[in-house]
Design a protein around this ligand. Structure first.
Ligand code: SAH
Length: 238
């Protein structure tokens, strides 16, 4: 068996996630598409398939092991090359997922991935979260928002919470300082109608520390948020 396939099996075993052969094939195809796409644009920081499995696939799928997603529509905000959305879509095959990214080329790549993997119930939103959050069809729409490696928590409070519905949840995939960031962003979260529900600490297969910050949308977001495109990052709330 090929190394990549073996490594993938190991990682799925480490996560204790049962995987069907079709799902395994889809994940392998996705890894190949990322590597292929890398020669044309910087999709993720590495060309190494084992590293993609250990760093990106494992991390993206960790929340599935916790069984924490409620039924309803999911948004992957700042999805880039499709992380965590594509691995989640492969493992939670019935889940409807919206992929949002400000970078149109990333969306073009994702459309190709979904076409080649024949993934259904996927929607693509090219453009900035600040703009989509003002669109009446999308504001306070999503039961679940996932967001990996996009910005600081105080900035994400303003980008992600307006898109989550009341009672919905936002999951921020963070590095080792995730908890401190979440504590520091308390005021920004409050202003946008959210609060920290729970924080999970875990490690990637090579030992790097990761944090999953779960927010709950407890109040409607005031209409003044998000501010104009670029403003949340330039002048974070707090
Ligand atoms: N989630 C992916 C990509 C991280 S890179 C991963 O884990 O690998 C961050 C991505 O967020 C980029 O593709 C960038 O275009 C997108 N992004 C940053 N700010 C954004 C905004 N305000 N609205 C929408 N997308 C944004």
């Amino acid at each position: 068996m090929e190394t990549v396939e073996l490594r993938l099996k190991e990682v799925m075993a480490q996560l204790a996630l049962p995987i069907k052969p079709e799902q395994e094939q889809l994940l392998l195809k996705y890894i190949n598409l990322i590597i292929e796409g890398l020669s044309r644009q910087r999709l993720v920081g590495t060309r190494d398939s084992v590293e993609i499995i250990h760093k990106h696939i494992f991390d993206s799928l960790y929340p599935v092991t916790l069984n924490i997603f409620s039924p309803g529509e999911m948004l992957d905000l700042g999805t880039g090359a499709g992380l965590p959305g594509i691995p989640l879509k492969i493992m939670l095959s019935e889940q409807k997922i919206f992929f949002m990214d400000a970078n149109r080329r990333k969306i073009v790549f994702l459309k190709k991935v979904c076409r080649e993997l024949k993934l259904e119930q996927v929607v693509f939103l090219a453009g900035r979260a600040e703009e989509w959050a003002r669109h009446p069809d999308y504001r306070e729409r999503f039961q679940t928002v996932v967001c990996r490696a996009v910005a600081d928590t105080a900035i994400l409070a303003e980008l992600a919470l307006p898109l989550a519905k009341l009672g919905g949840e936002v999951f921020l995939y963070k590095g080792p300082r995730g908890e401190n960031e979440a504590v520091a962003a308390k005021h920004a979260l409050r202003l946008c109608g959210g609060e920290v529900k729970r924080i999970y600490h875990y490690r990637l297969p090579a030992g790097e520390k990761r944090t999953l910050v779960c927010l709950r949308k407890v109040e409607n977001t005031p209409v003044i948020y998000p501010r104009k495109p670029g403003k949340p990052a330039k002048k974070p709330l707090n």
